[in-house]
Design a protein around this ligand. Structure first.
Ligand code: FES
Length: 235
């Protein structure tokens, strides 16, 4: 990389050089400074849907998602200001509300960022929780722990080009589904595990690990909200 191509900006008072095409988050991480993030992971297209990575940019009224924002030369960015931190914590608290402790992987990325930012509990009520799906021999699905970051979807679609995982419904009823809302074990999933690697909460786990964590259940698959009431698709 030619040094002349680098874009120098300031992050929390420290000068950082971003390579062309890098986001603020990518440049910060390469320079050894991490910013909370959940829907972003290296190797997948940034989606900007969780808002855990928001930062303050001098001269801008609205906080910006650092995973999707390219730095400009001379830009002054604050990831640790009071306002940025309050917003990052609020996002974590909202996401945490939907993830019952029993459903979460203990060393998950969500748990890591909650600990880093001191989010120990949530003031918000959880939504209705779908039942676990243990229909697949190798992968345990527990969408109670899903924060809909879509990393699994992007890993399935963009890395493996399988396109088994999708999002159904809208707003509060949005849910991850496999094919046409099939149990994972009868979907077209090939069991590659790419989605399990991508999941930041433990909504998708190796079945053996779910067993170790005591998540072995054999309840019927259920889905959130109105999707369950939709008529079946014609064959
Ligand atoms: Fe940036 Fe989710 S990590 S919006």
């Amino acid at each position: 990389m030619n040094a002349a191509d680098m874009i120098r900006f300031e992050l929390d008072g420290r000068e950082i050089d971003a390579a062309p095409g890098e986001s603020i988050l990518q440049a910060a991480r390469r320079a050894g400074t991490d910013i909370p993030h959940l829907c972003y992971t290296d190797g997948l297209r940034a989606d900007g849907n969780c808002r855990a990575c928001v930062v303050e940019i001098d001269g801008e009224r609205v906080l910006a998602p650092s995973c999707c924002r390219a730095p400009k030369a001379g830009m002054k960015v604050k990831a640790e200001s009071e306002r940025a931190r309050a917003s990052q914590r609020m996002v974590l608290e909202l996401l945490r509300a939907d993830v019952p402790a029993a459903a979460e992987k203990p060393d998950s990325e969500l748990a890591h960022w909650c600990e880093e930012l001191g989010v120990t509990e949530s003031r918000f009520a959880p939504r209705d929780q779908p039942a676990p799906d243990r229909s697949h021999p190798g992968i345990a699905v527990n969408l109670a722990a899903c924060i809909q970051c879509t990393r699994c979807l992007r890993a399935c679609r963009e890395v493996q080009v399988n396109d088994v995982i999708g999002l159904a419904q809208r707003g509060a009823d949005t849910a991850i589904v496999f094919d046409f809302n099939d149990p994972m074990g009868t979907s077209s999933c090939v069991g590659c595990g790419e989605c399990v690697q991508a999941c930041p909460t433990g909504a998708l786990l190796p079945a053996a690990l779910a067993d170790l964590l005591g998540q072995t259940v054999s309840e019927p698959v259920a889905v959130r909200g109105a999707f369950a009431e939709q008529p079946a698709l014609a064959p």
